[in-house]
Write a protein that binds this ligand. Sequence first.
Ligand code: HSE
Length: 435
Amino acid sequence: MKTINIGIIGYGVVGVGVATLLTQKKKLLEARIGAFLTLKTIAVRNISTDRGVELGNTVLVNDAMQLVNDPDIDIIVELIGGDTTAKQFILKALENGKHVVTANKALMAGHGNELVKAARKNQVDLAFEASCGGCMPIIKSLRESLVANDINSMSAILNGTCNYILTKISQDGSLFEDVLKDAQKLGFAEAEPSLDVDGHDTAHKLAILNSLAHGMEINLKDIHVEGIRNITPIDIEFAKSFGYTIKLLAIGKVHGDHVEARVHPTMIPNTNPLSHVEHSMNAIVIDADATGKTMLYGHGAGMMPTASAVLSDIADIARNIISNTARRVPILGYPEDNIKRISILPMDELYTRYYLRFEAQDHPGVLSQISGILGDNHISIKSVHQKGRQSNGKVPVVMITHIAKEERVQTALTQIYATDSVVGDPIVIRIEEDS
Ligand code: HSE
């Protein structure tokens, strides 16, 4: 049997998971792949820390370039994250004719087009199943299983930290900051919390998935991104009373020649299966023309689930190597010449329903002033809900709209904010009726 040599750059949580699977599942992998997978070298900053994995002949080094330039290594697995040194290592590995596996969503979202070009130039594979949705086989599903489908829409929960925070606030009334600290302790939050709670991590993943679904260049910069910092227990309680749940959703939809791509807190009815995805779990509903709706659900982070996704890429590449079929499946699901530049629909053009919450002054005429401004902007109100006066003398007023245009809603909110009927910024949560 052929031996395929692997080098891992980064020996943190996921690196340890990958090394563990390569060691513990050696026999199973050999039987399934028909080759020996040898973990030749691991690059790690501190080579003396014992991570508890029985590594046998694997060598630990602290210079990643040593692996990248090692002519015996076939596959480089990049697990350091970030988009600076990781990019340099990957580009150099590709240039040296090595296949690359990465779990790096920020790098793929921000620089994926450049990496895909470099892989093409050097006729090697670049695989990134672990970059989106942890162990859910979403990349493979979009690239391979759904090849005969037009993808009409995707709605997904792709950030375990935000899902965990929203679940805990909803179930136990926990405080945002406390739950965020828990998520950091549990190991699925990013070192930089803003990546999670401000929606950027979800946007990275949506940029990658949109590209695969629609044959478009990876486009991160035009995705509308909002996080969950403004979501309060009051909004969660209102949502519950309507039979809805608030989730941070990544939404990608086709609109003629454009694609809609947005990340924001979303109210979904409790009949939507995504509303039941709790804690740090991830899920995606893909609506495709031949299949109808397909849902994937799984751990979006964590040592072994993420390592499992990395191993699926290693196995694909190993199989390509032994059958001499490198690049059998195009990196973004379409041969590079067929990848288009498809524009993302400007957010102002979005039509949807809205939950609007105002902190209103408790005096006559306030409701009519707010609803008058909404009416002037062609926004039709479906229902109005009011809670009792708060200790600060203000009254939370919620309005649910019929379908309205985002641009008009934003204009109306600016006008309402300028009146003395409300205090503070209104809370806006878009409503998706169907997954
Ligand atoms: N911080 C990410 C999350 C890790 O919370 O889902 C997985 O990408």
